[in-house]
Design a protein around this ligand. Structure first.
Ligand code: ADP
Ligand code: MG
Length: 412
C-alpha cells in the first residue's frame, strides 16, 4: 500500500512537471512565432517604404512594376514577382500579406499600388522556419529529459515522504505484536486456572458458581484467541519464514487434530486428495508461506464451523488441487449457515452475520482473508441460512502438482 502511494506521488509530481513544462514550451513557441511574424511584417513594410529594387539584399526582394516593366527581378527566384498579387493590387484590392510556398520554402509577399506603379516586397522565411524547427526540437528534448528527471525526483520525494509513515506503521505493528505476545501468557494462565476450578468436585463448586466459571472459561478462551489473532496479524508481514515451502495437508491435519477435543458429538472428516503428486513427491500440496499463520487460518475456519454447528452435525476439511498450480482448501459444515448476502461482509473486521449467537469478537475471518491474501490467495464463503456454510481458500501451489490417473501410476 505504501509502495503504491509512493508510486502515485511520483507519477503526480512527474505529471505536474510535464504539464508545467508543456505550458512553458507552448508559451515560448507562441512568443517566438509572433516575434518572427512581426519581424517579417516590418521587413516587408520597410522594403515597400524605403527599399531600392536594384539593391541586392539577402532573402529579400523589392519589385517595382510600371507600365509592364519590372525592375528588381534580375536576381529573384523564379515565379517572383507574384503575378496574381500584382494583378489583385492593380484591380484595387487593399494591401494584404500573402504566403507563397515554392522550392521548399515559404515567401511572405506584400503588394501595394501607388497610381500606375505596383510595388511588391518579398521575404524568404526559410531561416525563421529553420529556427522554429530547432526550437521545437530543443523543447521536445528538454521535455523528455525533464520528465525523466521529474520521475526520478518524484520517486525520491515519494519514497522520502512515505518513509516516516512506513516507520510509524512498522512501530505500531511491533507494538501490537509485543502487546499481544505479552498478553498471551497471563491470559493462558487465567484460562487454565478457570478450567481447573471448573473441574473441581461439585461440592466445592456449587451449580450457580459453575455456570459463572463456565462463562469465565469461554471468555478467557476467546480473549486468548483474540490475542493470538492480533499477534499473527501483526507479525504476518515481518515473518522471516514466510517464503518457506510448507505442506498445506500436514498443517490441515495438525489443525484438525488440535480442534478434535472441542468436537463433542460433532464429526470432523478430513479428506486430503491422494491422487495429486509433485515432482519430488515430498508433499502433494506445497505452498509458499509460514506454517504458523496458515495453520491459524485453518483453525479459524474449523473453529467457526464447530461454533456454528449443533451437536451431531458434520464438518469436513478437504484439500485438493484445483488445477496443477492451485491448491484448494475447503471447510464445510451443515450448521446454522448465514445469508449469502453477508458472504463478503463477514470478512470485515468485527462483522457478524445476522445470526444471533453468543458475543464474539469477529476478527477471525478478517485475519483468515489477510493470511490468504498475504500468501497470494483468495478466500470465499458460500452459505444459506440453516443449510451450513462452505469456506474455500485457493492458494498458489509452490510446485506444480500432477494428477495420478488409474492406468498410469505416476506421470510428471
Ligand atoms: N461456519 C459458519 N457458519 C455460519 N456463520 C459463520 C461461519 N463462519 C463465520 N460465520 C459468521 O461470520 C461471522 C464472523 O466470523 P469471525 O470473523 O470468525 O468472527 P467470530 O467468529 O469471532 O464472530 C460470525 O460472527 C458468523 O456470523
Ligand atoms: Mg470465528
Amino acid at each position: 500500500m505504501l509502495t503504491r502511494a509512493a508510486a502515485v506521488l511520483a507519477c503526480r509530481i512527474a505529471a505536474s512537471f510535464l504539464a508545467a513544462l508543456g505550458l512553458l514550451g507552448f508559451s515560448i513557441y507562441r512568443v517566438v512565432l509572433t516575434e518572427q511574424h512581426n519581424q517579417v511584417r516590418h521587413q516587408l513594410e520597410f522594403q515597400l517604404g524605403y527599399g531600392n529594387p536594384e539593391q541586392i539584399m539577402p532573402c529579400q526582394w523589392l519589385f517595382v512594376i510600371t507600365d509592364g516593366r519590372t525592375s528588381g527581378a534580375a536576381t529573384a527566384p523564379e515565379g517572383l514577382p507574384l503575378a496574381s498579387a500584382v494583378a489583385a493590387a492593380r484591380d484595387g484590392t487593399p494591401p494584404r500579406q500573402t504566403s507563397w510556398a515554392a522550392d521548399g520554402t515559404v515567401y511572405e509577399v506584400l503588394t501595394v499600388r501607388h497610381g500606375d506603379t505596383v510595388r511588391q516586397a518579398v521575404v524568404d522565411t526559410w531561416y525563421q522556419r529553420a529556427d522554429l524547427d530547432h526550437l521545437v526540437r530543443a523543447l521536445v528534448l528538454v521535455g523528455l529529459f525533464g520528465v525523466g528527471a521529474a520521475t526520478v525526483v518524484g520517486a525520491e520525494v515519494g519514497r522520502r515522504s512515505i518513509a516516516p509513515l512506513g516507520d510509524a506503521l512498522a512501530r505500531q505493528r511491533r507494538f501490537v505484536a509485543d502487546a499481544s505476545h505479552e498478553l498471551r501468557t497471563p491470559l493462558t494462565r487465567l484460562h487454565t486456572r478457570a478450567q481447573l476450578l471448573l473441574r473441581r468436585p461439585a461440592e466445592q463448586v456449587p451449580e450457580p458458581l459453575a455456570e459463572e466459571l463456565g462463562a469465565l472459561v469461554r471468555a478467557a478462551g476467546e480473549l486468548n484467541e483474540l490475542a493470538e489473532d492480533l499477534l499473527v496479524s501483526a507479525a504476518l508481514h515481518d515473518d522471516p519464514e514466510r517464503s518457506r515451502v510448507v505442506d498445506l495437508a500436514a498443517l490441515a491435519r495438525q489443525a484438525a487434530d488440535a480442534e478434535r477435543p472441542r468436537l463433542d458429538d460433532r464429526t470432523l472428516e478430513v479428506d486430503i486428495a491422494e491422487d495429486w503428486v509433485t515432482a519430488d513427491s515430498a508433499c502433494a500440496f506445497p505452498v509458499h508461506g509460514a506454517a504458523s499463520p496458515l495453520r491459524r487460518m485453518i483453525t479459524i475456519l474449523l473453529d467457526n464451523a464447530i461454533g456454528h454447528t449443533e451437536q451431531g452435525g458434520r464438518i469436513s476439511l478437504r484439500i485438493r488441487s484445483a488445477d496443477r498450480n492451485m491448491v484448494e482448501l475447503e471447510v464445510a459444515d451443515d450448521g446454522s449457515g448465514f445469508d449469502q448476502a453477508d458472504s463478503e461482509r463477514i470478512f470485515e473486521r468485527f462483522a457478524q452475520s445476522g445470526h444471533q449467537g453468543p458475543h464474539r469478537f469477529g476478527l477471525g475471518l478478517a485475519l483468515a482473508r489477510e493470511i490468504a491474501a498475504d500468501h497470494g490467495g483468495v478466500i470465499r464463503a458460500e452459505s444459506r441460512p440453516g443449510m451450513g456454510a462452505t469456506f474455500t481458500v485457493c492458494l498458489p501451489a509452490a510446485k506444480a502438482a500432477v494428477k495420478v490417473t488409474a492406468d498410469a501410476q505416476t506421470s510428471y
